[in-house]
Write a protein that binds this ligand. Sequence first.
Ligand SMILES: NC(=O)c1ccc[n+]([C@@H]2O[C@H](COP(=O)([O-])OP(=O)(O)OC[C@H]3O[C@@H](n4cnc5c(N)ncnc54)[C@H](OP(=O)(O)O)[C@@H]3O)[C@@H](O)[C@H]2O)c1
Length: 250
Amino acid sequence: MKIVIIGGTGLIGSKTVERLRSKGHEVIAASPNTGVNTITGAGVAEALAGAEVVLDLANSPSFEDKAVLDFFETSGRNLLAAEKLAGVKHHIALSVVGTERLQESGYFRGKLAQETLIKAGGLPYTIVHSTQFMEFLGGIAQSSSVGDKVHLSPAYVQPIASDDVADAMAAAALAIPVNGTIEIAGPERWRLSDLVARYLKAIGDSRLVEADPEARYFGARLDDGSLVSDNNPQLGKITFEQWFATSARK
Ligand SMILES: NC(=O)c1ccc[n+]([C@@H]2O[C@H](COP(=O)([O-])OP(=O)(O)OC[C@H]3O[C@@H](n4cnc5c(N)ncnc54)[C@H](OP(=O)(O)O)[C@@H]3O)[C@@H](O)[C@H]2O)c1
């Protein structure tokens, strides 16, 4: 089966490409670096010709509010229109657990716009909602740093390793469309401020984490239910300690 992975050069995209190729599928890793751009449309029709399944694993190059919204709206519209013309049978996208609860955040308004386009798009689809990737802990610390202090909410998180996410995306590509949303999460629940403090200490970063319930997460105030799934999530296997021991420094 021909499968196109938009964002196939990214963190989750490249791991999903590997998994589906190893099962013998014809997999196109589509991204600007391979000549496929869902914003300009360059290379999209050519990549999609003969494809049955498309996974959208792209991300906005900028996290600035308007740039994110423009990215997901333009990319989503262009991609869904091209998929219809090409006769694609299943559109799969990766979004974030709690997207609908995090609408104070420009990033999550962009993700909701992406989901809304898919639901209205008329193609069979599966939206996979994931919790935060363990690989993103450094990015969370960076986004919440002021000088040598990191201000973070103590709300719950249940982070998932990218290898577990890629397993779920590859499985979704080979399954029938859900025409709805499934949720995935890691095996353990942590307080965000405690986990990032542990991560920074483990990598020898001297920044100190201050737990602050008012601290914003990409613009959104969190409560204990904001980032965790209440929707019977499929659980990954890899714990934080296992991930850190094998992957964190790669
Ligand atoms: N970070 C988290 O904790 C988290 C949690 C849940 C869900 N997600 C979602 O997971 C998805 C994938 O994230 P990631 O961290 O794997 O992304 P990533 O590593 O940043 O990769 C982004 C990918 O998007 C591609 N891309 C950028 N602009 C594009 C364009 N105009 N046309 C086509 N492709 C384009 C990039 O291609 P080039 O390499 O060619 O630039 C790259 O392959 C995102 O949608 C994100 O919202 C993230």
